[in-house]
Ligand binder design. Sequence first.
Ligand SMILES: [Zn+2]
Length: 483
Amino acid sequence: MADNKLSIEEMAIFCKKKGLVYPSGEIYGGLSGFFDFGPNCVEIRNNIKKEWWRFHVQEREDIVGIDGSIITNPKIWQASGHVASFTDVYVKCRKCKKPNKIDKSEIGKARCECSGEYEVIGDLNLMFKTNVGPVEGSTAYLRPETAQLIFADFKLVAENSRLKLPFGIAQIGKAFRNEISPRDFLFRTREFEMMEIEYFVHPKNINKCPFLKQVLNHKMNILSAELQKKHKKPVKMTMKQALDKKIIKTEWHAYWLATEHKWFVNLGAKPDNFRIRQHTKQELSHYALDTWDLEYNFPFGWKELEGIANRTDFDLQQHIKHSKKDLSIFDQETNKKIVPHVVAEPSLGVGRAFLVFMFDAYNDDKKRGNIVLKLDPKLAPVKAGIFPLISKPELIKIARGIYNELKKTYNLNYDKSGSIGRRYARSDEIGTPFCITVDFDSLKDKSVTIRDRDTTKQARIKIADLKDILRKLIDKEIRFSDI
Ligand SMILES: [Zn+2]
């Protein structure tokens, strides 16, 4: 990364040190591919999910949410093809003995990092198995993705919510994959949380997006299959240019790729750390017509954040066939029953989103002598630190009063120990955007000092105005320099 030298290992160390992410059950040595999240990380993850839901569900009329169960009828995973073919080829290095997984096409070709040859052990289904009830043999699975319950519940949701095409169904929830070699900290884990939408359209309208205007001028770095074939670099252009030149073939792909990029950028991620990459012919899934990945420039390379695939009506048709239930919906315009197509399935792991925001927020401020985590105030785990300048009862009384009032709305940190400089540094390191200090002048002028994390600038404001100003700062209705 151009402006950020932090490696993924260093990020893992930073997260451990700041109490954000621990190996799961560390007192027993942890478990590979599983992590526990500490108090501030829970806040950040909840904020990520809240902002995702606000942007994708709450603020829209065309998307509703569900919360499906983690263990469900195993027939779902037969219909979806996961029981038969959700497998990786399990290999072991002949030299260093490290296990790994490879694609079927890589057998005999792929080599270990140590350059050793691989021995093929066999196929491994990535679904975790369990038993339901006391009887052995009543096999069920922990869901390996959140998408299938959206398809299985599709008709109930569509009818109960009185949705008209095009519409989406969203879900946030945990999923599990028995990865052979979990790696890169939170990037590839065995337990993860997904934020996912399946977006359905009328089969006649698979290239008609009513929201296209919102994204036409949005610029992105685009790496088409063609450019990859020629070993060329991504080209930056607007969605309009990409559509006009038929690089992106459908309006829906352009819309969702840009929309997903915007979500990240609106929450403080750096626009040029992203690109969109088209899957090459060899990569395309059996059901997908065209797939683009939104990728991020991680310290270990460009990696997928979201796959925007056109899944056609493959999944709904599979469930119609296997359940023998009619999952078609009535289309009022044509007076016909139809099975809609999925034109996009924006799905994003909470862990990957967390890493993106952390890498783009992380700043080693040499002048201050501490890390400054420049998280968007909406994502910051603590919105403000409340400090009495020194530990005197009359200052504590005012500071506690402010704290008790504001914490009805925000997660705050009350801190009276150490120098004010130390308290600022501790706040910077977990990304607290504002610090509020009560001093002796506060006794007279009923005002406090508010300090901005990013600039270290300070302003004096009336305690009575604090709640309103803090809200406007967090919602970015005003800038700090406006105070
Ligand atoms: Zn090896």
